[in-house]
Write a protein that binds this ligand. Structure first.
Ligand code: PMP
Length: 324
């Protein structure tokens, strides 16, 4: 995640909007030592024509975040609506006119030694300009990781728990060392779980198939967005079921989905082409629908978007795309 360090970002930290360089935590902070934090990832897409920045499903992200904070008994003392309002204000203060990634982080903040937790919690919201996470224009080469996905009874993969990302970091690092763009995790049953930082879908016999979230996968919001678009706009049957490793080698299409990666086609897996090694038509249709829905070009999905600079007077055309 890179941004222009010459320009000091404004972040939300300690209940206030302050410059990034002033947002510091102590070396003994519990979450730093023990991974006791829960984070989120939210995207906002800039649409040049409408001169608008559209935050994608922020309410759903904050609802998921608060629910998952509950797993670690971290309290975020704000409602999802208040958190959306903080996020919009943060983007306005930073005057972003580009694609943005928002990183809310809640954590155990006590400064002491000792793994057991207490009720000292803190949270921050950081937003920064953010382009492509993976360059997937020509499709990705994914590799099945030798690391297994964490089990729900060890660290729940359905939540974005900071410490759980050691699992993703190991797999991602291994994938890059081996020349792959991204790792695919199997779970302890040997079934496909997800990517290191994204959910996975395959197309077989005209059906869109993805592991059930009980396979130790994150309950992805892009995953649910793709399921809805595929069912409603393409009339596809979407099946949530266990996927064998070898199905990755015989399927027609494969794609990753996630807030950071967007819709990323996989054209090779473990050095084997996915079908003919080209980006498949269903993936292309999903990519286009996702692009249009997230930039306010599809009125039917305007309820997913929260505009950062809503001004119907200076941007009359915005109303056209926002009225569903
Ligand atoms: N799986 C993992 C492990 C992730 O880190 C992410 C990114 N948040 C996803 C899946 C995709 O989830 P979402 O679509 O909600 O970003």
């Amino acid at each position: 995640m890179k941004f222009d360090t010459d320009r000091d970002l404004i972040v939300y930290f300690g209940g206030q909007f302050i410059p990034l360089h002033e947002a510091r935590i102590g070396i003994l902070t519990h979450a730093l030592h023990y991974g006791t934090g829960v984070f989120e990832g939210i995207r906002a897409h800039w649409d040049e024509k409408q001169e608008e920045l559209f935050v994608l499903r922020p309410r759903e992200h904050y609802e998921r975040w608060k629910r998952n904070c509950g797993i670690l008994r971290i309290d975020v003392p704000k409602s999802p609506e208040e958190l959306v309002a903080i996020t919009i204000e943060l983007m306005q203060l930073n005057s972003f006119r580009t694609n943005v990634y928002v990183r809310p982080l809640a954590y155990k903040s006590a400064e002491r030694i000792g793994v057991s937790t207490d009720d000292q919690d803190a949270f921050a919201v950081i937003a920064m300009p953010f382009g492509e996470y993976l360059d997937s224009k020509n499709g990705l080469h994914a590799g099945v990781s030798s690391w297994r996905r964490i089990e729900d009874n060890a660290i729940p993969a359905r939540a974005k728990i900071c410490g759980a990302y050691v699992n993703s970091a190991l797999a991602s690092d291994e994938a890059h060392q081996c020349g792959f763009d991204e790792a695919i995790f199997l779970n302890e049953n040997g079934h496909v779980a997800e990517g290191a930082t994204c959910n996975i879908f395959m197309v077989r016999n005209g059906q869109l198939i993805t592991p059930a979230v009980t396979e130790n996968a994150l309950e992805g919001i892009t995953r649910s967005t793709v399921i809805e678009l595929a069912q409603r706009e393409l009339g596809l049957t979407v099946v949530e079921r266990a996927i064998d490793r070898s199905e990755l080698y015989v399927c027609d299409e494969l794609l990753f989905t996630g807030t950071a990666v967007g819709i990323a086609p996989i054209v090779r897996v473990d050095h084997r082409p996915v079908k003919d090694g080209e980006i498949g038509w269903i993936t292309q249709r999903i990519q286009q629908l996702y692009f249009d829905a997230t930039r306010g070009h599809l009125p039917a999905y305007s309820h997913w978007l929260t505009p950062v600079y809503p001004s119907s007077i200076s941007h009359p055309q915005k109303l056209v795309s926002l009225v569903g």
